[in-house]
Design a protein around this ligand. Structure first.
Ligand code: UFG
Length: 324
């Protein structure tokens, strides 16, 4: 199969490209390299194109037929989305519309879309399943939910078959540390803890110690990036027998607090992780844990990385190998 991985120079997209190639699929990566890295494109040809520039998309699709598209291009920082909402709606909604319209014109009818747990907003139950109300509390989550709605309409109007996968907290790196998480401006917990351990970043700031959780810090569900990639592959297979627009939640179903993540990182690295308490970060729910029962039952997804320490260890191998 010839696949197009939009955002394939980024963190999750590059793991997807690697998995597709390992399964014998031809991979073409489309990326504007604004946040991704050319050196992460190791399993397919790179086409430098921008979803906000339709002629560049047209050029990417011209002369070759893709059997399916995996779409990871997005701006994805919750806090940034609060202060630059236009950028988020432009990149994530208008950019996706441009991609969908290009796909439609070229007869590409299958898409796996990178959605997010942030579509749910403030959870009203401990385990968030697909029936949980979707009421995003920031422009990032709202932009992802808008695309999910567009995909439902596209199924009806144009026969586009799609699966939206709502990741909880993506983490980790390939076991051989050849690709991993690398953002110019790092905001995520596990990379920041590891950078503080390495001394390549400041002491970790814990954003809030007064949440209604057992140790006062936020609880999240960390899911390995390779397990996320695997779910995309299963999602594509799922479309063979299930036309239409679908959405699944992806997490391990177990939450860990910020303090537990710091303790696990210290255990993995054998070093203390320097930290200091800081005020809450705007837009953070106290607890966010997935029920992935539906993905397991319908996609046959079964995460291989279920332990927090193993996930952090894979991230640690990657971080230690970087020049920062
Ligand atoms: N945190 C800190 N210090 C840091 C970084 C994070 O205390 O330096 C805390 C956050 O406040 C939060 C937890 O660690 O409580 C996890 O934060 P991340 O930034 O790692 O991840 P988020 O849960 O904020 O966001 C992630 C993705 C989003 C997605 C969201 C869905 O990055 O794209 O999960 O739940 F929308």
């Amino acid at each position: 199969m010839r696949t197009l991985v939009c955002g394939g120079a980024g963190y999750i997209g590059s793991h997807m490209a690697r998995l597709l190639a390992a399964h014998g699929h031809e991979v073409v990566v489309l990326d504007d390299l604004s946040t991704g890295h050319a050196q992460a494109v190791q399993w397919g040809r790179l086409i430098q194109a921008d979803v906000l520039h339709p002629p560049s998309l047209e050029a990417a699709f011209a002369g070759q037929r893709f059997d399916a598209v995996f779409h990871f291009c997005a701006r994805s920082l919750v806090a940034e989305s609060m202060v630059r909402p236009y950028d988020y709606y432009a990149s994530n909604v208008v950019g996706t519309l441009n991609l969908l319209e290009t796909m439609r014109r070229h007869g590409v009818r299958r898409l796996v879309f990178s959605s997010s747990a942030s579509v749910f907003g403030q959870p009203v139950s401990d385990m968030v399943d697909e029936d949980h109300p979707a009421q995003p509390i920031n422009p990032y989550g709202a932009s992802k939910l808008m695309v999910e709605r567009i995909l439902a309409d596209a199924a009806t109007a144009y026969g586009l078959d799609s699966v939206a996968l709502r990741y909880f907290n993506a983490a980790g790196a390939t076991a051989d540390a050849c690709i991993g998480e690398s953002h110019a401006c790092e905001t995520h917990l596990i990379p920041n803890v590891l950078r503080s351990v390495l001394g390549s970043g400041p002491a970790l700031k814990i954003f809030g110690g007064d949440y209604p959780t057992p140790d006062g810090t936020c609880i999240r569900d960390y899911v390995h990036v390779e397990d996320l990639a695997q779910a995309h592959l299963l999602a594509l297979d799922y479309l063979d027998a299930h036309p239409g627009a679908h959405a699944f939640n992806l997490g391990n179903g177990r939450g860990f607090s910020v303090r537990e993540v710091i303790a696990a990182a210290s255990a993995v690295t054998g070093r203390a992780a320097p930290w200091e308490m800081a005020p809450r970060r705007a837009g953070d729910p106290a607890v966010l844990v997935a029920s992935s029962r539906r993905a397991k039952a319908e996609l046959g997804w079964s995460p291989a990385w279920t332990g927090l320490e193993a996930i952090i260890e894979s991230a640690w191998r990657w971080h230690r190998a970087q020049p920062w």
